[in-house]
Design a protein around this ligand. Structure first.
Ligand code: SF4
Length: 154
């Protein structure tokens, strides 16, 4: 993993923890936690290096599903890495997945996007990295890069 990514994961985790603490102190704890996958049903932007990292894990990827999600307005954008309502690549999930947080009530994240947000400091960090290293849509890039590799090796 590139060191800038490792550093960004650490900094994002610290920023999210700070936000969590702030909300708890204000008596409005965040709603994120194990078993909630409300933010895993939409198009995800990430860095090209994050796609490479996910592909390097050599997991079984449902390219059939991804082929439909190449159009990011497909009605079912459920992430290919979501298994039994949990992220199967949690330790390696993209920055945006790490930074996206929501208020209690996962249904609010699904129906009212305003209930979920990326803390402003984390947003600044992610935008800066994307300006420097580029940005791609996770599903689309996984499909094209992953399929290419599969075709090359077959
Ligand atoms: S990579 Fe994991 S956290 Fe991110 S959208 Fe997919 S399942 Fe959710």
């Amino acid at each position: 993993m590139p060191s800038y990514l490792e550093d960004a994961y650490k900094r994002t985790s610290d920023l999210v923890e700070t936000e969590r603490f702030k909300h708890e102190k204000a008596g409005k704890p965040l709603g994120c936690g194990r078993g909630c996958s409300a933010c895993c049903h939409q198009s995800v932007r990430c860095l090209p290096a994050e796609v490479d990292l996910l592909l390097s894990l050599d997991m079984d990827i449902d390219y059939n599903k991804l082929s439909k999600q190449v159009n990011d307005r497909h009605p079912d954008m459920t992430c290919v890495f979501l298994t039994d309502n949990e992220c199967s690549v949690y330790e390696h999930r993209p920055l945006v997945c790490r930074a996206f947080i929501g208020m209690p009530g996962s249904e609010l994240c699904l129906t009212k996007k305003s209930q979920a947000f990326i803390p402003s400091a984390a947003k600044k960090l992610i935008n800066k990295l994307m300006d420097t290293h580029g940005k791609v849509l996770l599903h689309r890039s996984l499909y094209y890069k992953g399929r290419e590799a599969v075709d090359r090796n077959s």
